[in-house]
Design a protein around this ligand. Structure first.
Ligand code: PBG
Length: 324
């Protein structure tokens, strides 16, 4: 049927029609809030490039998480900013590390909120790389044990799910093994499976103090030009035991989200990263865009592309908007 018989505008003429034919609905259930934990008490250091976000000491982390939970957000993703860094990232897997302490505090105070922990070494190594460094080389296999120990320590502290973001080969299997061996076979793994080497992580690296001191992450994170490779990466992680697959970043990679959605039947997450957040906040501040509307449109677009869940620094604002 063609114009003038078919007129698409017939079903757009009022809000009720538009609601009736809406294909994608963003829900608070889709949102995961990333948070940054730091030592101390009463600490709330603003992150300049991420307005509204802070490095939070555990007391304040609990406060913000309570607010998120009240709004119906099902989970937070925890990142730690440790007191000390060293070549072996020892504070990443220390029993009294910042993420371990924050996790047990959150589970103690807000048992209904799921705590997902980011498993990586870059915040904890003195060189800022995500793996063990030998000369100029990031040694894949030497890193696996450190990652596995980190994931185990998070799970032992009470994490509901662990999320490896390092992009070393074989880490999902290694983490699955160590969890299973320690009677933690019920802890799911959310794998940052297709994680690109992206300049959109800039603000995060300021927030987490995790920029590499030499070189870049191109030998382990994916080339932004590749899409078939994303399928290979995702397939590998599923074979190794991943329960949830993630694509990261989100907005510049919606084609990847869409493609992976068609390829796999596991739950799919997309990470709306720090740079995506910062750009919207900056343009809003300049008065160049309506930040709230652009936020809701962006999150809806990520869901429309096929993501089941969205990690986003907008989680609280979006949840408030959805409730309004
Ligand atoms: C750790 C990690 C990074 C992000 C999540 N986990 C930084 C990186 O890979 O350099 C980025 C998150 C964001 O930009 O919001 N490897």
């Amino acid at each position: 049927m063609l114009f003038p018989d078919y007129r698409p505008r017939r079903l757009r003429q009022n809000d009720a029609f538009r609601r009736m034919i809406r294909e994608t609905r963003l829900s608070v259930d889709d949102l995961i809030l990333p948070l940054f934990a730091i030592a101390g008490k009463g600490v709330k250091n603003p992150i300049d490039s991420m307005p509204g976000h802070f490095q939070l000491s555990i007391d304040n982390l609990v406060k913000t998480s309570k607010k998120a939970c009240k709004l119906g957000i099902p989970a937070v993703m925890l990142f730690g900013i440790p007191d000390k860094k060293d070549p072996l990232a020892t504070s990443a897997y220390a029993k009294d590390g910042i993420v371990q302490k924050a996790t047990s505090a959150l589970k103690d105070k807000i048992p209904d909120l799921n705590v997902i922990t980011d498993v990586c070494l870059c915040q904890y190594t003195d060189h800022g790389h995500c793996g063990f460094v030998d000369g100029q080389i990031i040694d894949n296999d030497a890193t696996l044990d450190l990652l596995a120990r980190t994931a185990l320590s998070h799970a032992k502290a009470g994490a509901d799910m662990v999320a490896p973001s390092d992009m070393m080969d074989g880490r999902v299997a290694e983490i699955r093994n160590i969890l299973d061996e320690n009677d933690l076979s019920n802890i799911p793994i959310m794998s940052y499976a297709a994680k690109y080497c992206s300049a959109f992580y800039g603000p995060f690296r300021d927030a987490a103090d995790s920029a590499p001191k030499f070189g870049d992450r191109r030998t382990y994170q994916m080339d932004p030009a590749n899409s078939l490779e994303a399928i290979r990466e995702v397939t590998l992680d599923i074979e190794e035991g991943a329960d949830i697959i993630m694509v990261k970043p989100a907005l510049p990679y919606l084609d990847i989200v869409c493609r992976i959605r068609e390829e796999i039947d596991l739950p799919l997450a997309a990470y709306n990263v720090s740079g995506e957040y910062a750009m919207i906040k900056a343009a809003d501040k300049m008065g160049w865009i309506d930040g709230k509307k652009v936020m809701m449109e962006s999150l809806t677009a990520i869901k429309r592309a096929g993501a089941d869940m969205i990690l986003t620094y907008f989680a609280i604002e979006a949840a408030e908007e959805l409730r309004a």
